[in-house]
Design a protein around this ligand. Structure first.
Ligand SMILES: [Zn+2]
Length: 311
């Protein structure tokens, strides 16, 4: 090929290449400018409301029954995580929320999810939540102390707490924690547990809450567990449905100032808590205080429950 002819072809070829490259970089720039918006979901997982669990031994690490129950715990959780990713979640954070908070076997959790494990944690069952999350889900929850029939009903501490009232409302853990989510403007969109826990959740958080009952209590220590395959499918479907309709949910907010009332089982359990400034003892077994900030109030309440345990 003669040089002049080569130049004749070379110049338009170079120009064409530059145009193609420019076009490609523009297209890539466009894709980078429109990333998928984050859709973060927080899951708090307790153990008494997990499918198959009917007795305290199953929730206690010193019992041989525990190893199997913690597998059911991660299976229930994974079904929910699966449904969330199918509905477009971009990040799922799972907070282990029972006892030592080291129940979920990290390597068995859906590898797409982040696991918060261990205790103590400042926000306890809600550790890891902040206002960047779009939704909160409560898995394996149980009914408040004094419920029947309900599997392993209690409120935070079976040994110390007879009841907890906040702004006059007798609270299950699900309500106390939903108000923490509300503090961060995050709605609770779904709850799983026994049928009574699901009823209490809808009574408190609204009838549109997605609930997935996994068992029906016969009494405090016996339940009819629903068919396993159906439960896992319901958990997955429920999570998908809840996240798809996330815009229809409102965060659960209580009115400030927050009035906390802690009713203990014995008068002895109130002895140390009353030493804290601002804490009153209107009755031998009752401690009360008022807080302008819900999270501060929650933390003081936890400290009083811990003190009840060593009084
Ligand atoms: Zn628990």
């Amino acid at each position: 090929m003669e040089i002049r002819t080569a130049r004749f072809f070379l110049v338009p070829c170079l120009l064409l290449s530059i145009l193609v490259l420019w076009g490609q970089s523009l297209a890539q720039g466009k894709a980078a400018a429109a990333p998928r918006p984050p859709l973060k979901v927080f899951i708090s997982v307790d153990m008494e409301g997990i499918w198959g669990v009917v007795h305290g031994n199953q929730c206690s690490s010193d019992s041989p029954e525990y190893q199997l129950a913690r597998k059911w715990m991660v299976q229930d959780t994974n079904a929910v995580v699966q449904g969330l990713f199918e509905a477009g979640a971009t990040e799922v954070v799972v907070n282990d929320s029972h006892g030592s908070m080291r129940n979920i076997i990290a390597s068995e959790l859906d590898p797409r999810a982040v696991l918060i494990s261990g205790s103590p944690k400042p926000m306890s069952m809600m550790e890891g939540l902040d206002s960047s999350f779009a939704a909160c889900i409560l898995v394996g929850y149980h009914a408040r102390a004094g419920s029947a029939p309900a599997i392993l009903d209690h409120t935070i501490s079976g040994a110390a707490i007879y009841s907890i009232r906040i702004n006059g409302i007798e609270m299950p853990e699900l309500g106390i924690n939903a108000a923490i989510a509300g503090y961060f403007n995050v709605p609770v969109v779904m709850l799983t547990g026994d049928t009574e826990t699901c009823r209490q959740a809808r009574e408190l958080l609204g009838q549109s809450l997605v609930v997935v009952p996994v068992k029906e209590a016969v009494n405090r220590l016996a339940a009819r567990n629903y068919a396993r395959d159906k439960v896992l499918a319901d958990l997955r479907d429920g999570a998908r449905k809840a996240l798809n309709s996330v815009k229809g949910f409102q965060a659960y907010k209580l009115q400030s100032p927050y009035q906390f009332e802690i009713n203990l089982h014995t008068s002895q359990q109130a002895e140390l808590g009353v030493l804290i400034p601002g804490v009153k003892r209107p009755a031998p077994r009752t401690l009360t205080f008022t807080s302008q900030d819900y999270l501060e109030g929650f933390k003081l309440m936890r400290a009083l429950i811990a003190l009840a345990g060593v009084s």
